[in-house]
Design a protein around this ligand. Structure first.
Ligand SMILES: NC(=O)c1ccc[n+]([C@@H]2O[C@H](COP(=O)([O-])OP(=O)(O)OC[C@H]3O[C@@H](n4cnc5c(N)ncnc54)[C@H](OP(=O)(O)O)[C@@H]3O)[C@@H](O)[C@H]2O)c1
Length: 280
């Protein structure tokens, strides 16, 4: 048995279809349900932020989510649950560069609950780990990283024509599918979703960021829900302003402010686990 206290559920209004969690997860997380949209996959995102809105310290070797959450076990457990029920986990190339040895699976992010995650995944009818989708415009990514070489995941790169040319100069592993976009700039998030659903039938897509990718998904109304962990630290920023918040490269308010509806609050000691829904 692992030593992890249950999260305390303070508010729950997610509705929708309940996902039957194995006892080890249900005891620690509580209930989990998702609305099923009639058309296409449900897109959720998961981030951790400090009290002052910093999602990355932007220091080489210390720019992952772990430094933001304080390597919090509840945060890892929640990440694991969401990955376990996702058909695909999507990240931008910046996030891959920040945590280059990472695999976007439940077992990888929180090994103590690996068995329960496998049971959960199997109970939802998913026979393979989530597709690990990397979005890049430039295509300057190291194809020898574990995400492209490990037998534990199926990687997929969504890129532009320019990025695809660049990637083909290296040895693209046979399993990595390169889907080109016609433009040479930022890829429309709807095209990313189309690429995923044509590679694998998908009901739930998990966008794990980073801030640039999340901004692009929000900009075209492609995020149904945000799972946001608020870690009780204040990271601070100096004049360089190089510590991003949840969104980078896009501004929405005041003209196009994106307002969410609170649908869940859980507490694990001083960490808060919030759930917001957005209308498309
Ligand atoms: N706290 C958290 O929960 C959390 C979560 C995720 C990430 N992070 C942190 O955020 C930092 C990275 O921030 P970031 O904004 O650079 O992350 P990012 O969105 O992962 O990466 C940006 C890069 O991804 C590619 N990209 C993103 N959107 C694209 C689009 N629509 N079309 C084509 N390419 C696209 C581009 O890659 P190319 O340059 O290759 O073209 C772009 O330069 C890291 O420190 C990471 O650890 C924190």
């Amino acid at each position: 048995m692992i030593d992890l206290l249950p999260l305390e559920t303070l508010y729950e209004a997610a509705g929708g279809v309940e996902i039957p969690l194995p006892p080890e997860l249900a005891a620690r997380y509580g209930r989990l349900s998702f609305v099923r949209p009639p058309d296409g996959p449900y897109v959720i995102s998961n981030f951790v932020t400090t009290l002052d809105g910093v999602v990355s310290l932007n220091i080489p070797g210390q720019s992952g989510g772990g430094e933001i959450s304080g390597f919090n076990q509840h945060d890892r457990m929640v990440m694991g649950i969401l990955r376990a029920v996702a058909d695909a986990v999507v990240v931008g190339a910046g996030t891959l560069r920040a945590v280059p040895r990472h695999l976007w699976t439940a077992e990888f992010v929180y090994p103590p609950l690996a068995e329960a995650y496998r049971e959960l995944r199997a109970s939802t009818g998913r026979t393979e780990p989530p597709l690990n989708v990397i979005v890049t415009a430039r295509g300057e990514i190291d194809l020898d990283l574990p995400v492209f070489r490990s037998p534990e995941v199926t990687p997929m790169i969504v890129t532009t024509r320019h990025g695809a040319r660049r990637l083909r100069e290296g040895s693209v592993p046979a399993r990595a599918i390169v889907v080109s976009d016609d433009s040479d700039g930022a890829i429309d998030a709807r095209q990313v979703i189309r690429a995923i659903t044509s590679a694998r039938p998908s009901q739930l897509i998990l966008v794990e960021g980073g801030p640039s990718l999340l901004g692009d998904f929000l900009a075209v109304g492609c995020v149904d829900e945000l799972f946001l962990t608020v870690a009780p630290q204040i990271a601070g920023r100096d004049q360089t302003g190089d510590r991003p918040g949840l969104v980078a490269g896009r501004s929405f308010a005041p003209e196009h402010a994106i307002w969410g509806t609170l649908i869940g609050i859980k507490r694990g000691e001083s960490h808060l686990f919030l759930r917001y829904r957005f209308s498309r």
